[in-house]
Design a protein around this ligand. Sequence first.
Ligand SMILES: Nc1ncnc2c1ncn2[C@@H]1O[C@H](COP(=O)(O)OP(=O)(O)OP(=O)(O)O)[C@@H](O)[C@H]1O
Ligand SMILES: Nc1nc2c(ncn2[C@H]2C[C@H](O)[C@@H](COP(=O)(O)OP(=O)(O)O)O2)c(=O)[nH]1
Length: 226
Amino acid sequence: MSKLFRAVIMGPPGSGKGTISERIAQSFGLQHLSSGDFLRENIAANTEAGVLAKTYIEKRLLVPDHVMTRLLLPRLEEMTRHSWILDGFPRTLAQAEALSRACELDVVISLNIPLETLKERLRHRWIHPASGRVYNLCFNPPRVQGVDDISGEPLIQHEDDRPEALVARLRHYKDVAKPVIDLYKAKNILHTFSDTDTDRIWPHISSLLNTKIRTDQSSAQRASTN
Ligand SMILES: Nc1ncnc2c1ncn2[C@@H]1O[C@H](COP(=O)(O)OP(=O)(O)OP(=O)(O)O)[C@@H](O)[C@H]1O
Ligand SMILES: Nc1nc2c(ncn2[C@H]2C[C@H](O)[C@@H](COP(=O)(O)OP(=O)(O)O)O2)c(=O)[nH]1
């Protein structure tokens, strides 16, 4: 069997984590695991953790680390036979340390997008709150304006996607993410991509993953034939 591949994608709100994770999932056959989607599934299923998480998400606060790790780590344990890309987790150092104890990561992708670009993107971001599906009126518009393609339900805009709120959100992201980024830098698995366009970043990510996945698989094959 080929070696399994584990990746994490990090970046500020609107940096393209969801968009790029989907491309990675499609191009490389990795499972896209999104902490936001997983929380929404738990909220919809009314699990104990889902009910608890909802109170924080409604206030646009981070869900406490112990709730996140209790939810996410068992999910990852179920995925021992799959390669995956994790989007939205870890967000804090405590989450990153818990993840390190549970599994070994191959690659961490960090997206570094200029503030002006983030402001512009989020100003045009519309969300289907129940599923977390995101649209951008310029980049990936819904088929009918204001309406989710799949459910036909209305789309909303988050108050904190407004440019005025974004600066504070971004500062918070940077403060919380810095020790996580430092940890992955020290482990030598951090790859940072800086640009204004997902389409310009994508070829670099694709070529990194091509190299990493191919190299890992040929060394796994060599190990199994030795
Ligand atoms: N790793 C995590 N730790 C704590 N809370 C989390 C985590 N992942 C998601 N959440 C909670 O779930 C909510 C929804 O997450 P999701 O990633 O879908 O959207 P978001 O925070 O608006 O991110 P972005 O703006 O980067 O797309 C977050 O606002 C946060 O309250
Ligand atoms: N104009 C433009 N919009 C983009 C680009 N890449 C992604 N988007 C859009 C899609 C979303 O509406 C929004 C944020 O992307 P996302 O993938 O939800 O980001 P994230 O919050 O998961 O990090 O920006 C891009 O390259 N250009």
